[in-house]
Design a protein around this ligand. Structure first.
Ligand SMILES: C[S@@+](CC[C@H](N)C(=O)[O-])C[C@H]1O[C@@H](n2cnc3c(N)ncnc32)[C@H](O)[C@@H]1O
Length: 283
């Protein structure tokens, strides 16, 4: 198909050729691990058109040229534009039930001497996942006097900033049980009406950091629990293989790994064994 024929009505504002798409998907893959299949072409157009407008450019070719000239200054914006950040509080709730009923009692018994617990929310998006973990830990009643901390990381600087603020619109928290809402959220007034902020004790448990899972990791571990849910779905098998090998190195022998509902370690890693419900333990 010619470049012109490949364009649809939505692509009229800026010319977006096959060559532009190939260039952008290659940059995205190299720097984030995210594979942008042909079905993502419209998504890429929509998200980057905004940026092209902002920069006062007149085509995708001009945008690609800008990246070619100075990748470092644009990479962050490009990455923020192409990530998919869909998330919610207590998403895939069976993981939080497992954490309370099975993982925590085991970890508490195991770490009773050090009274230390470390959880990593890898690919935390706008923070709903790490705050759900924090609520689960705080409500468990098993960690009083413990040094319990959560590391929450994402490649996208916009979502990390949003997560760190801990402020959510009413529509984001409407499915949280009323008792939990009362305990862990402060409703805003005046200019902040219709929003709520996560309570300070939960915010104090979490360190938010921008981190590319493909790059170097500054933390030493070990982690007792790693959540990496709905992140590797965008990665190819080789990228997944390398990532899970690194998780195995950083997870404590008694630790648990939670992955997303449509993800699997089958034929990806033999360092983990499936417990059930996308919950894994190290072999
Ligand atoms: C769909 S969200 C999942 C959020 C949360 N874990 C959940 O399950 O609700 C996927 C997140 O992975 C992040 N991500 C994608 N590639 C990444 C990479 N190479 N390093 C770190 N985070 C990445 C995206 O920015 C996005 O916020």
């Amino acid at each position: 198909m010619s470049d012109a024929a490949a364009m649809t009505a939505d692509e009229r504002e800026f010319q977006f050729t096959d060559r532009d798409f190939a260039f952008l998907r290659q940059i995205a893959y190299e720097h984030t691990g995210i594979t942008l299949g042909d079905t993502k072409r419209q998504m890429v157009y929509g998200r980057l058109a905004r940026r092209i407008r902002q920069l006062g450019l007149d085509s995708f070719a001009a945008y690609c040229q800008r990246i070619e000239n100075d990748l470092d200054s644009e990479l962050g914006e490009l990455v923020n534009a192409i990530t998919t950040n869909l998330t919610s509080f207590f998403r895939e709730n069976h993981h939080f039930e497992h954490l309370t009923d099975t993982a925590l009692p085991e970890i508490v018994a195991h770490n009773a001497g050090a009274r230390r617990l470390r959880v990593w929310s890898a690919g935390c998006s706008t923070g709903e996942e790490p705050y759900s973990i924090a609520m689960t830990l705080a409500e468990s009643g098993q960690l009083s006097g413990w040094d319990a901390r959560i590391l929450a990381t994402d490649i996208d600087t916009n979502v990390v900033a949003k997560a760190r603020s801990g402020v959510y619109g009413d529509e984001r928290i409407q499915d949280i049980a009323p008792q939990r809402l009362r305990r862990w959220f402060q409703r805003g007034g005046g200019a902040n009406a219709g929003k709520a902020r996560v309570a300070q004790p939960l915010r104090d448990m979490i360190s938010f950091r921008q981190l590319n899972l493909l790059g170097p990791w500054p933390m030493q571990g070990p982690f007792d629990v790693i959540f990496c849910r709905n992140v590797v779905i965008y990665f190819d098998k080789e990228t997944q293989r390398k990532l899970f090998a690194r998780y195995a190195d950083l997870l404590a022998p008694h630790g648990y790994l939670y992955i997303g509902h449509s993800e699997t370690l089958f034929k990806i890693s033999e360092q983990f064994r499936l417990i059930g419900g996308t919950i894994y333990k190290k072999v």
